[in-house]
Design a protein around this ligand. Structure first.
Ligand SMILES: Cc1cc2nc3c(=O)[nH]c(=O)nc-3n(C[C@H](O)[C@H](O)[C@H](O)COP(=O)(O)O)c2cc1C
Length: 201
């Protein structure tokens, strides 16, 4: 079994299976090893598990109701548009763990303040989608390695999801990943060949 070639989107899960908290936390911790631009780690996830919280997503989704009803959790990836405010914490951690000299820490924190002023909203959003996408992919592969299946879900209302779950607007919604024990085989899907997708120079 290779998680890379065997992963496929699963949309129906065993309703009665709840992923144990410790396993879910392990999956999330490993997923968060995904790289981010300048290691600024803007990804935040909201894990929706209870029936009451799932109910709030019913009208936010475009279709995708089977995943909502049967999954163990909806992991909703957001990106913090004020990510540079975390620079002191991030670089101080590196310094305190002996990974960075003091001068480098101070320079990095100063640079982050400059970026905070300079980055346009478009630039921030572009990085947010890249960082969030990398987290989503790693999350799906890590989940598979723990015997769980997933479905990436972009079919939701990006304008209403924050209000529905009472999430601060500084968090930009990126993608939902449903996760659970599979109760279907899912569809096989093909990929275009390298002749259509790769340009060697
Ligand atoms: C950005 C993105 C958004 C997606 N949104 C949905 C969705 O809203 N609902 C759904 O059932 N599948 C969704 N998918 C799953 C794709 O349909 C699926 O990944 C694709 O058909 C390839 O199949 P596979 O994942 O089984 O390899 C999405 C995938 C991506 C990457």
């Amino acid at each position: 079994m290779s998680v890379f070639t065997d992963r496929k989107s699963i949309r129906k899960y065993d309703k009665n299976h709840q992923i144990p908290d410790d396993i879910l936390n392990k999956i999330l911790k490993e997923a968060f090893r995904a790289p981010t631009s300048m290691n600024m780690q803007p990804n935040r996830v909201v894990v929706v598990r209870s029936k009451a919280e799932k109910e709030k997503l019913k009208d936010v989704l475009y279709g995708n109701q089977i995943q909502l009803e049967t999954s163990s959790a909806f992991i909703i990836i957001f990106s913090d548009l004020e990510k540079f405010d975390m620079a002191p914490k991030i670089f101080n951690m590196a310094y305190e763990n002996g990974l960075m000299p003091k001068e480098v820490r101070d320079r990095q924190i100063e640079n982050a303040l400059i970026y905070k002023e300079k980055f346009t909203s478009d630039h921030l959003k572009r990085d947010a989608y890249i960082d969030g996408g990398l987290l989503a992919m790693q999350l799906m592969l890590v989940a598979k390695s723990y015997g769980y299946d997933t479905c990436p879900i972009g079919g939701f209302n990006h304008q209403t999801i924050n209000d529905a779950l009472d999430i601060d607007k500084k968090l930009l919604p990126i993608l939902i990943v449903s996760i659970g024990k599979k109760d279907e085989e899912g569809f096989a899907s093909l990929r275009l060949g390298l002749e259509d997708t790769v340009i060697y120079k």
